[in-house]
Ligand binder design. Sequence first.
Ligand SMILES: Cc1cc2nc3c(=O)[nH]c(=O)nc-3n(C[C@H](O)[C@H](O)[C@H](O)COP(=O)(O)OP(=O)(O)OC[C@H]3O[C@@H](n4cnc5c(N)ncnc54)[C@H](O)[C@@H]3O)c2cc1C
Ligand code: FES
Length: 289
Amino acid sequence: MAPPDRSGADREVTSERGPVHVVAEVLSAKKLGAFRHLTLVAPGVAERYRPGNFVAVSVGDGPSRGLLARRSFWIHRVRPTGSHGATIELVVEPTGVGSTWLAGLSQGDRVELTGPLGRPFAQPKEPVTCLLVGEGYAAAPLFPLVERLRERFCVVTMLLGAPDEQHLFGALEARRSVTEVKVVTADGSVGTKGTIAQVVGEVVQKVEADVVYATGSRETLHAAALAAEEQGAWSQTALEVAQPCATGLCHGCAVPVVGEDGVGRRVRACADGPVFRGDRVQWAELGVS
Ligand SMILES: Cc1cc2nc3c(=O)[nH]c(=O)nc-3n(C[C@H](O)[C@H](O)[C@H](O)COP(=O)(O)OP(=O)(O)OC[C@H]3O[C@@H](n4cnc5c(N)ncnc54)[C@H](O)[C@@H]3O)c2cc1C
Ligand code: FES
């Protein structure tokens, strides 16, 4: 099978239709298990969006703001038109200073952000069989991808995982939108007890996946990439590497990869990724063995 076509997608994000910097307004903020689901009016971002893009958010306010680098968040959904203007949706897990600040915003609050950023998921030209693997909040960007894949008549299965029910994202929506869904939680509170890394090999084989798309922790991405390789499938892994600038300038987000020429090099997660072919990432050097 030919590799997924990313040429069109690449042109899209590197052309004059590149990212914009906007002051977004919070249209709604809702609790969703362990997460906060934010809808933001962000003109210009939704119109340029492709599945797999993210935004860099200027977190914090007052004197603390200058101390924090911007923080990256996947775009979950976009609505380019609506009564309030173009909106984007984010799913935030409050873990540190920045995400807790963002999760604490209410309707009417404002936040500066830049986006859409990064190279999106490459999409197949042909109607192939796809497995979409999503861990926790990181499953959020997979849902717009499902829509694009279905428009291309792909058969789509999802494998969703989390430590527990509170940290599981999108299981209900997945059941509505794809052929088959498998859920795993480490504590067994929903679905099968276990981790994605433990079951992904079996699922890739069972569905006979041609392409595996994966989001989540490095361990999960690595396991998904290995499972794809064993099955002879392509993989697209969405890496979360800390991004000081998120716009390609600081080179502080290095990812070790092997190029098509077989030579190892460092590329930027934010601008050359964050979606990479799983077989190109040097996982051991990235901190996953
Ligand atoms: C492309 C991309 C998309 C992301 N999308 C989302 C999203 O949709 N929702 C969401 O809640 N988070 C997302 N993250 C993770 C989020 O950007 C980080 O967790 C960020 O550090 C949160 O800032 P903080 O100030 O709250 O936490 P920090 O004080 O920076 O750190 C909090 C905890 O997170 C860990 N951490 C720091 N940076 C990262 C990182 N880049 N990835 C994973 N863990 C990290 C730290 O070790 C610490 O344990 C994304 C990250 C990237 C790179
Ligand atoms: S975060 Fe600065 S180049 Fe990627």
